[in-house]
Write a protein that binds this ligand. Sequence first.
Ligand SMILES: Nc1ncnc2c1ncn2[C@@H]1O[C@H](COP(=O)(O)OP(=O)(O)OP(=O)(O)O)[C@@H](O)[C@H]1O
Length: 335
Amino acid sequence: MGIEVVVEGLTKSFGRQSVWRDVTLTLPAGEVSVMLGPSGTGKTVFLKSLIGLLKPEKGRVLINGVDMVNSPEREIYETRKLFGLMFQDGALFGSMSLFDNIAFPLREHTRKKESEIRRIVMERIEVVGLLGAEGKLPGEISGGMRKRAGLARALVLDPQIILCDEPDSGLDPVRTAYLSQLLIDLNAQIDATMLIVTHNLDIAATVPDNMGMLFRRELVTFGPREVLLTSEEPVVAQFLDGRREGPIGMSEEKDAATLAAEAGAGAAPAPPRRIVPQLEPSPGLPPRAAVARRRRRVMAMVDQLPPAARSAIRETYAADAAAPTLTAPSAGSGT
Ligand SMILES: Nc1ncnc2c1ncn2[C@@H]1O[C@H](COP(=O)(O)OP(=O)(O)OP(=O)(O)O)[C@@H](O)[C@H]1O
């Protein structure tokens, strides 16, 4: 099972530029979380801070008792091995075949024999649907395949925490839908804690158990998906509806005059938002172990949540209780 990641009061700046301050959240073990936020709000900086590659000035990131901000470098280095990282462009070596790219962390960080490496690499290549392409160079395959290869490489060291930085960037909507399904299938297969940074509203709506959003140097919200998806917070609503009207401007924030002009112009109200069901694992895969844990966790806190989120959560679980998928292996919704 994945490991819980506890973030407490994290604050990061570069020189005089504050990126975000006092970020506090917990990524629940084995659950999938998404971090949203307009460009430049520090989502990538957040991922890098979780693995100790960037050093926030204040706060802690606790993983198995190790603080990725303040612990000795040797402990941080060891704990970093629990992570699998998938970067925006797949970050593959152009001159190596996909096989060698995916085998790289095993050859670098373990003393496994080549036969064992081959077995692991081919298994991961199968998981991401790249069987047959292992001999190709990154330049000979599509962007979507490169991303899946990046994901396979993130998986070879059996990570318990997976961080994906904009896994959808540059993908068409169909490939993005396949990728969403792949992320859910992966979670069903390995039960790792996952955090996905994305701008993609389809991924945000269908993949995570939990969602958060960074804006104006703060964590606006983080919690069960139903909280963000029903939120009337102006910045969340604007982002989810993909509208120009609202606090987010071209350079992240609008000035007060523009906001006042918009309010005066009386923008048309957005149509009501509908919560679409979360994806289920593909047929033949086990149900996600995180589902039952999440249900217990969320039901224990439901009374403290805003009313709209409360009723959305109760509706979700009432629908689940009526569906046969709770007792039988789930029939995936596919893409
Ligand atoms: N190593 C660095 N040194 C100085 N400034 C940095 C560094 N890394 C990031 N920044 C700055 O921190 C801010 C946040 O960058 P970051 O890449 O995390 O944003 P983001 O939310 O991931 O954006 P996008 O969605 O466009 O990828 C930006 O202003 C960026 O210029």
